[in-house]
Ligand binder design. Structure first.
Ligand SMILES: [Zn+2]
Length: 498
C-alpha cells in the first residue's frame, strides 16, 4: 500500500522534474520554514520565495522576482484583526550585526477565503536586501495596531539564508531583456503587421520528432509541445500579441510545461496566440493546436478593468485576472487536446470533463511550487468569468449548448477546489460562494474526478516518466513489493499532498 501511494504522489513530482526551469530550488528543513525557486507563478515570473510559519498558523513569505528585482512580502498573523481592502503603514525593524534598520512601509490587506493577508510591496530592492540578508532578528508592527508585533528570528540555517542562496544561484538566468529572436518558422516572413513576426518557441531541451515517425524521442519523452505567437492584423490587438510573446505566455504556465513530453501523443501539440475574428479559445483537431485568440485576451482585459474599479491597485488586479483566466482556458483546451490525441474515452459531457481536468491540474500543482492561496485565487478569478457570463434566465440556446450553464461550471470548479481541501477552502462556504448542500458531496466528487483522470492519463505516460515512477517506487518500497496494482484505490486522496 505504501509503495503504491508513493507512486501516485510521484505522478506530479515526475512532472515537476521534467519542467527544467520551473521549479529550480526547493528547501524545507522542517514544517516551519521552506524556500522555493520557481518560474511563472501567478504572473510573478521567475521568483525565489521563502516562508516561515508559526505553530499558530501565522506566517511571513518573502517573494523576490528574478526578472525585475521586485520584492513582495506577505504576512499573515493570526492575532492581527485587519479589514480586507484597507491600506496602511507598518514599521519594519531589522536587527543585524550591531546595526538596526528601521523603515515605514506601505501595505495593503488582501483577502483570501477568510484570511486577511497583509501585503507589503514597493520595497527598495538594494536597501531591502542589504539589511534583510544580514538580519538576525526583525519585527513588524502595523502602525494602527501598535500593541501587536510579529517577531521573526533568523538564526543559523534559516529561511533567509536559503532564500539568499536561491537568489544568488539563479539571479543571472532570469533577468529579462527582450523577447528571444524568432527561429526559422515557415511563417517567419514579414507580413502585414508592421514588420511583426511570428515567434515559435519550445523548451530548451526538446528533441525534434524522430525522422522514422516514432512517437517518443531518444530521451524517452513524448513529442514535445510547440508554442507560437502569431502577429495580428488588427493594430488594436498588437498589445495582446506583445504581451503574450514578451511574457513567453505558454512556457510560463506551470501546468502546461509540466505536461510537456509526459505523454505519448499521436501528434505534436501546438499552442498558439492569434487573431481569430471572434472572442474565443479553442482546440483545433485538424492542426492539433490549442488557440488563444487575442480577442479573448482583449475581452478579459475589459472585464478586469471593470471589476478593478476602486481597488487599490487596479492594474495589478487586471493583470492577474487576465492571466488566471487565460491559464484556466488553456488547461480546458488542453483537456480537449488530450482526449483527441490520446483517443481517451469520454462517456459524459466532454466540456464538463475538461473543466474538471483544468481544475485538477491546477490543484495538483500547488504542492510542488505554489501556495494553495495562489491557486485558490486563480480558480476564484477564473470562476468569476462564468459568474459574470451566466444569464439570470437562460434561454433554449443555453440549454442546447455543449457546455453546461455558466452558473453550473462556476459551482463545479468551486466544488472541486473545496472537495480537494475542505479545511483550506472552508471560506468558500462561510463566505457564501458554495452552498452547503452541494459542498457536502464535494470531497467524494473531487476524489472521483482526480482518480478518473489519473486512470485515463497514466497508461499514456512516456517511457521516461514510467522509468522515474517505477525507480522511485522500487526504492521506496524496499522489500515490501505491492501485489495489487489497484491498491492505491484504498487511499482516499491519491493526488493528495502528504
Ligand atoms: Zn471546451
Amino acid at each position: 500500500m505504501r509503495a503504491t501511494m508513493i507512486s501516485i504522489c510521484l505522478f506530479f513530482m515526475a512532472n515537476a522534474s521534467q519542467a527544467g526551469d520551473i521549479e529550480f530550488y526547493s528547501r524545507k528543513t522542517d514544517e516551519y520554514w521552506s524556500v522555493y525557486g520557481y518560474a511563472g507563478d501567478d504572473g510573478r515570473q521567475a521568483s525565489c520565495s521563502g516562508r516561515t510559519s508559526y505553530k499558530d498558523g501565522s506566517y511571513i513569505r518573502i517573494f523576490r522576482s528574478l526578472t525585475n528585482g521586485d520584492v513582495v512580502v506577505d504576512v499573515y498573523n493570526i492575532l492581527w484583526n485587519m479589514a480586507p481592502n484597507t491600506t496602511g503603514t507598518l514599521r519594519w525593524t531589522v536587527f543585524g550585526d550591531g546595526a538596526a534598520y528601521d523603515a515605514n512601509l506601505k501595505y495593503k490587506v488582501i483577502s483570501f477565503y477568510g484570511k486577511n493577508i497583509l501585503q507589503i510591496g514597493g520595497l527598495p530592492e538594494k536597501e531591502f536586501f542589504n539589511t534583510i540578508a544580514n538580519a538576525k532578528y526583525f519585527t513588524l508592527t502595523p502602525n494602527n495596531l501598535r500593541s501587536i508585533t510579529s517577531h521573526f528570528q533568523n538564526k543559523g540555517d534559516s529561511m533567509i539564508g536559503a532564500l539568499m542562496e536561491c537568489i544568488r544561484q539563479n539571479e543571472g538566468k532570469y533577468r529579462k531583456t527582450s523577447a528571444p529572436a524568432p527561429n526559422n518558422s515557415p511563417n517567419n516572413s514579414p507580413n502585414n503587421s508592421g514588420g511583426l513576426k511570428e515567434i515559435t518557441e519550445q523548451v530548451e531541451d526538446a528533441l525534434p520528432p524522430p525522422a522514422d515517425g516514432s512517437l517518443t524521442t531518444a530521451d524517452g519523452m513524448g513529442l514535445r509541445f510547440v508554442y507560437h505567437y502569431i502577429p495580428p492584423r488588427n493594430p488594436d490587438l498588437v498589445y495582446a500579441y506583445r504581451w503574450a510573446a514578451n511574457s513567453h505566455l505558454f512556457s510560463n504556465i506551470p501546468e502546461i510545461v509540466r505536461k510537456d513530453g509526459i505523454f505519448v501523443l499521436s501528434r505534436q501539440l501546438h499552442y498558439a496566440t492569434m487573431e481569430c475574428g471572434i472572442t474565443n479559445a479553442f482546440y483545433s483537431p485538424e492542426n492539433a493546436a490549442v488557440v488563444m485568440c487575442y480577442e479573448m485576451i482583449d475581452q478579459l482585459r475589459k472585464i478586469g478593468q471593470e471589476l478593478s474599479k476602486g481597488m487599490s491597485d487596479p492594474e495589478e488586479f487586471t493583470r492577474e485576472f487576465i492571466l488566471s483566466n487565460v491559464r484556466f482556458f488553456l488547461l480546458h483546451e488542453t483537456g480537449h487536446a488530450f482526449i483527441h490525441l490520446l483517443d481517451l474515452p469520454a462517456v459524459g459531457r466532454e466540456e464538463d470533463s475538461v473543466d474538471q481536468l483544468a481544475t485538477v491540474l491546477l490543484l495538483g500543482g500547488y504542492a510542488a511550487q505554489q501556495s494553495k492561496h495562489n491557486i485558490a485565487r486563480v480558480l476564484q478569478l477564473a470562476s468569476v468569468w462564468f459568474g459574470i457570463n451566466s444569464r439570470s434566465s437562460p434561454d433554449m440556446r443555453d440549454y442546447a449548448d455543449v457546455h453546461s450553464l455558466n452558473a453550473q461550471r462556476y459551482f463545479n470548479i468551486l466544488c472541486i477546489a473545496y472537495g480537494t481541501d475542505p479545511e483550506e477552502y472552508r471560506g468558500l462556504i462561510t463566505q457564501g460562494y458554495l452552498p452547503r448542500e452541494r459542498a457536502a458531496g464535494c470531497p467524494v466528487e473531487a476524489e472521483n474526478i482526480r482518480r478518473s483522470w489519473y486512470r485515463l492519463l497514466s497508461p499514456h505516460f512516456s517511457p521516461a516518466v514510467i522509468n522515474v515512477v517505477s525507480k522511485n517506487q522500487n526504492s521506496a518500497a524496499g522489500n515490501k513489493q505491492s501485489k495489487n496494482p489497484l491498491e492505491w484505490d484504498k487511499k482516499p486522496n491519491p493526488f493528495g499532498n502528504q
